[in-house]
Design a binder for this molecule. Structure first.
Ligand code: 1CP
Length: 346
């Protein structure tokens, strides 16, 4: 049977008249129905680990907007939790974790095969979604890329420059590399289980790739991601992977597109779309890259940007998305307006 899900068609290399659209953080605080479910769950981790509630918030933006894909509601910091760190989300402050900065800390972590005990509710969420999603809506599973997850495990919180992770890398490279390896191994098991539970596409978020300079990008963003795509494709050859090396250089985006083993490269809003259409799209499907600020400001500037991005990428496979996650101050009306502008543009 011919593939009918638009996201899968684009990932398979097809150029569509109207590209599929979904949005990073499409389930989130800008939606009143999300805030209500989040309130009911109490804390953020409970929301992630309660399959009925996690499935509910995943479905909310699909019901409201009719996106072409749903992304599993979870967080990249569930892997540190499953490896045995203490992970908490403090309202208004973001995540707080216990840290790994010593050999003893690494030795105390669990290994990859032990993660499923903690993560099995996530797989149940996917099974519920698989049963409840409309037939045309693709289901995306995800994980953080090892470097990005490591930055939180080393610092214990979000950091503007990933300083603590860079410091550990400089002071004890063997320990830093062993930590990346542990995260890589766990991520392979986690994503394989997500696919087995119904995820049709996988996205790897390397949100902090932009702070890796020179050979560090190849060694600590690209290489672990390639290890994950290889192992995943050995087990599940047909599952497409979207990679997101956010904030990296043009040169690095090109080497990522060529060698990461992904079927699409997601680009952030700082990358010039015309450059990406000329240099990346001949290599792979491109996802992006409307600036998230347009979801706050809206208006005709939003319509014009949607048309510009859509036209710029019209000669090859494209997935329409933001360049990064939608922010809590966004107006849901602007999301509807973005989708209408895109679908009217054919
Ligand atoms: O209180 C709340 O409701 C918390 C807000 C929130 C949400 C809605 C967090 C805390 N995580 C999430 C969900 C989430 N996180 C999803 C769900 C699916 C969707 O997109 O709708 C996904 C894919 C993520 C991924 C994630 N978490 C990333 C990578 C993507 C990105 O935005 O760069 C990162 C870096 C995180 C860590 C994280 N989780 C939450 C926050 C506030 C942060 C960032 C912390 C920081 O460094 O400042």
């Amino acid at each position: 049977m011919a593939e009918t899900k638009k996201l899968l068609r684009s990932l398979n290399g097809e150029t569509l008249d109207v590209p599929p659209i979904w949005m990073m953080r499409q389930a989130g605080r800008y939606l009143p129905e999300y805030r209500a479910t989040r309130e009911k769950a109490g804390d953020f981790l409970t929301l992630c680990y309660t399959p009925e509630l996690a499935a509910e918030v995943t479905l909310q933006p699909i019901r409201r907007f009719g996106f072409d894909a749903a992304i599993l509601f979870a967080d990249i910091l569930l892997i540190p939790d499953a490896l045995g760190l203490e992970v908490g989300f403090v309202k208004g402050e973001g995540p707080k974790l216990s840290t790994v900065t010593t050999e003893a800390g690494l030795a105390a972590l669990g290994d990859a095969s032990g993660i499923h005990a903690t993560l099995s509710p996530v797989y149940e969420t996917l099974r519920i979604l698989k049963a409840e999603l409309p037939a045309e809506t693709a289901l995306i599973g995800f994980a953080g890329a090892p470097w990005t997850v490591a930055t939180y495990m080393i610092a214990g919180h979000g950091t503007p420059d990933q300083g603590p992770a860079h410091k550990l890398k400089a002071e004890n490279r063997a320990l830093f590399e062993a930590l990346l390896q542990r995260i890589t191994d766990a991520t392979i098991e986690y994503l394989s289980a997500q696919v087995e539970a119904g995820a049709e596409v996988i996205k790897l978020f390397d949100s902090w790739a932009g702070s890796l300079q020179g050979a560090d990008f190849a060694d600590y963003s690209l290489a672990p991601i390639r290890a994950i795509t290889r192992a995943l494709h050995e087990r599940h050859p047909d599952v497409p992977v979207i990679g997101f090396p956010r904030g990296t250089s043009k040169e690095n985006y090109v080497s990522f597109a060529k060698t990461a083993g992904v079927q699409a490269v997601a680009i952030d809003e700082h990358l010039d779309a015309a450059w990406a259409a000329a240099e990346l799209q001949p290599l792979t499907c491109v996802q992006g890259n409307l600036a998230p600020g347009h979801m706050v400001t809206g208006g005709e500037a939003l319509d014009a940007e949607v048309r510009r991005i859509r036209e710029t990428f019209s000669k090859g496979p494209h997935i329409f998305n933001l360049g990064h996650g939608i922010t809590p101050d966004a107006d849901p009306e602007n999301v509807a307006r973005m989708i209408a502008a895109l679908r009217a543009s054919a």
